[in-house]
Design a protein around this ligand. Structure first.
Ligand code: NAD
Length: 476
């Protein structure tokens, strides 16, 4: 763990193992926080709150910018990327891009610090002036998933810190090591002790303690729908703010007026990015039937070029699943797809060969003609299975796309401006892309509707989620 500006190892603690998903080897044994450890971490954040919140935006932005400068040093970026690949499995190029994404988030938010403003009102009848002050909340908690741990940390933590809050982070037990390395680097760059603490261990146990603690004023949770729901219920009992960034089953609609080969190759790039373990990867692809066969053929050609392997090899373009549980889910999805009469056109199994035998690999898989009742369309498929179904027209495509409990992202691929407009107006999602999918920038609000959660990360408006508005009425 990392508490009060230093590494913290409780003497008698339960532990859990962090496994390299490409090799099955043990990387590190990490402590599970007891309730006393969690209390110690909350107290440390609470103690650090006053001095940190009393600094100006510019002073806090200067500290955060120093973190960005340190991360830009090749030596640190590379070290973090290697740890991320070892514990999460993604190819090194993707790990590097993730850390570069963290830098982008820091640079964006620190650049905003000079434009933060409050409101002023003049009431002549009442002979008063009124204005608002923006006050930080206090201790903010960040509960992280394993798929993009460092980027999501930055979405939650950078606006929280910039606005004067202190942060307690609970990483996923699949991937705690990169977050612990980052914590040490942040302090090396000048973040004061206690402003950013990390506790490791069971989400369920720690999550309910954090929700019940009076010192914790906000919980930002990114993860699965069920865990998010339980955090939401716990936090509501204590009137705490929450942001819930949950699962997704993004639809991608491919119309008949686009360059089909180009669109298919981009679909493959985005779908198999991070081994399909991205909340906003296109999980249900609906293609106009007039171009369906052509699209599927082009997808199969692109998929055949994916190089599966250990992410530490520069040749690898797709790594293993991050856990044995993820691999088992893929096996089960394929078995039920077969039973439901869907067509498995590529992959569908654990790859053969020595290189793969101890890791959690699964072949990049393409499945078509999946019935609407299938789990592949109703649940979140968090892995390398691409599902493609034909649709007769845009009405059917939009109906099928919206026929889901999820509503994170969606995309429409067309050169017809009227179709594009119908897509961004009618698709039920927090983000709609036209002619791309998965592009996320720090200035753009990010989040979902329906079971995909509520609240937004990123963008100027996310700063307000970490601030309380105080209204002052000043009568002369
Ligand atoms: P998960 O829900 O299993 O775990 C996420 C975190 O919550 C972990 O740190 C875990 O320890 C903790 N946790 C688990 N149960 C908890 C509880 N009852 N109370 C408090 N904390 C608890 O999710 P995961 O498997 O790590 O991540 C994958 C999921 O995250 C997918 O559903 C994916 O779509 C989603 N995700 C969403 C976004 C988004 O921005 N919407 C981004 C990335 C991932």
């Amino acid at each position: 763990m990392f508490i009060g500006g230093e590494k913290y190892n409780p003497i008698q603690a339960e532990t859990f193992d962090v496994i390299n998903p490409a090799t099955g080897e043990l990387i590190e044994t990490v402590s599970s926080a007891s309730s006393d450890d969690v209390e110690k971490a909350i107290q440390s954040c609470a103690d650090a709150f006053n001095p940190w919140s009393q600094k100006s935006y510019a002073e806090r932005a200067a500290v955060l910018s120093e973190i960005s400068t340190v991360l830009k040093e090749k030596e640190y970026l590379e070290k973090l990327a290697v740890t991320l690949t070892k514990e999460q499995g993604k190819p090194l190029t993707e790990s590097r891009r993730e850390i570069e994404g963290v830098i982008g988030v820091i640079d964006y938010f620190t650049g905003l610090s000079s434009s933060l403003h409050t409101d002023f009102f003049e009431n002549k009848n009442n002979q008063s002036y009124s204005f608002t002050l923006k006050k930080p909340l206090g201790v903010c908690v960040s509960i992280l998933p394993w798929n993009m741990p460092t980027l999501i940390l930055s979405w939650q933590m950078i606006p929280a810190l910039l606005t004067g809050n202190t942060c307690l982070v609970k990483p996923s037990s699949v991937c705690p090591l990169t977050i612990l390395e980052l914590a040490a680097l942040f302090h090396q760059a000048g973040l004061p002790a206690g402003v950013f603490n990390v506790v490791t261990g069971s989400g369920e146990k720690i999550g309910s303690q954090l929700a019940a603690s009076p010192a914790v004023r906000k919980i930002s949770f990114t993860g699965s729908v069920d865990a998010g729901r339980s955090i939401g219920v716990e936090a509501a009992k204590y009137n705490k703010r929450v942001t819930l960034e949950l699962g997704g089953s993004d639809a991608m609609i491919v119309c008949d007026d686009v360059d089909i080969r180009d669109c298919a190759s981009k679909a493959v790039q985005t779908k198999f990015f991070n081994g399909g373990q991205a909340c906003i990867s296109p999980k249900r692809i609906y293609v106009f039937e007039s171009v369906f066969d052509q699209f599927v053929q082009a997808v199969l050609e692109s998929v055949s070029k994916i190089r599966l392997g250990n992410g530490l090899s520069e040749k690898t373009t797709m790594g293993p699943l991050s856990s044995a549980g993820g691999q088992k889910q893929m096996i089960e999805f394929v078995a039920s797809a077969k039973a439901e009469g869907a067509k498995i056109l590529a992959g569908g199994k654990i790859p053969e060969g020595d290189e793969f035998k101890n890791g959690y690999f699964f072949e990049p898989t393409v499945i078509t003609n999946v019935p609407p009742s299938s789990g592949l369309l109703k649940e979140e498929v968090f892995g390398p299975i691409m599902v493609i179904n034909p649709v007769s027209d845009l009405d059917e495509a939009i109906f099928e796309a919206n026929h889901s409990d999820f509503g994170l992202g969606a995309s429409i691929w067309t050169n017809d401006i009227r179709r594009a407009k119908r897509g961004f107006e009618e698709l039920e999602a927090g983000i709609v892309w036209v002619n791309q999918h998965t592009k996320v920038l720090p200035e753009l609000p990010f989040g979902g509707v329906k079971d995909s959660g509520f609240g937004r990360e990123n963008g100027y408006e996310s700063l307000n989620d970490y601030l309380e508005t105080k209204t002052v009425v000043f009568k002369f």
